[in-house]
Write a new protein. Structure first.
Lengths: 113, 113
């Protein structure tokens, strides 16, 4: 079955620390990839997306992600986190040509001021 | 402003009392879907609709119904709510043109006593 794994469920960092959140998926075909962020009490907002082309994609607020096809991974990175990055982060996979979106279980990030 | 609007945002009800959560989008999107978000389980798709009068089951459709009589609206119906349907519900929409990202509503927190 298709699935998305986010191995880090809870991450605590100090401000200015670097961030990397893992995302691995199981699907053999072509995929579209997304990272969404959910700030406390709010809805999911798109951070960045990958459809094709350069596997290193840049999103809003200084986030970036790298698609490594051989590893079925789409890890999210940020060089220096801020307190305002405290949120829950979801990785999602959309097999190309389908309307199916499979979400990971999320990673709760807490950034200490 | 482009948005997905859900109502109600918060609801407490009792077992067996039928309720409807409305969802409306103003982006002329063909695709709409419903998710529920539960701690540790991420987002799971309940139902989706590819266009007017076209709906299909997601991963957790039991206990829910939907209809898509107009392009902009996609209500979620709980005919006889039970406590295990206590959850945070999100409606999302997307353009029919692929690939594309999902746009989410603000969420509806439902408690069934």
């Amino acid at each position: 079955a298709q699935s998305v794994s986010q191995h880090n469920h809870h991450v605590i960092l100090s401000e200015a620390a670097s961030l990397e959140l893992g995302c691995n998926y199981s699907y053999g075909g072509t995929v579209n990839l997304f990272w969404y962020v959910q700030y406390p009490g709010q809805h999911l907002q798109l951070l960045l997306k990958y459809f094709s082309g350069d596997p290193l994609v840049k999103g809003i607020k200084g986030f970036e992600a790298e698609f490594i096809k051989s590893k079925f991974s789409f890890n999210l990175r940020k060089p220096s986190v801020q307190w305002s990055d405290t949120a829950e982060y979801f990785c999602a996979v959309n097999p190309s040509g389908t309307y199916k979106y499979i979400f990971g279980t999320g990673t709760r990030l807490k950034v200490l001021a | 402003e482009a948005q997905v609007t859900q109502n109600p945002r918060y609801l407490i009800t009792v077992t067996g009392k039928k309720l409807t959560v409305t969802c409306s989008q103003n982006m002329n999107h063909e695709y709409m879907s419903w998710y529920r978000q539960d701690p540790g389980l991420g987002l799971r798709q309940i139902y989706y609709s590819m266009n007017v009068e076209v709906t299909d089951k997601g991963d957790v459709p039991e206990g829910y119904k939907v209809s898509r009589k107009e392009k902009r609206n996609f209500p979620l119906i709980l005919e006889s709510p039970s406590p295990n349907q206590t959850s945070l519900y999100f409606c999302a929409s997307r353009s029919g043109r692929a690939p594309g990202e999902l746009f989410f509503g603000e969420g509806s927190r439902l408690t069934v006593l």
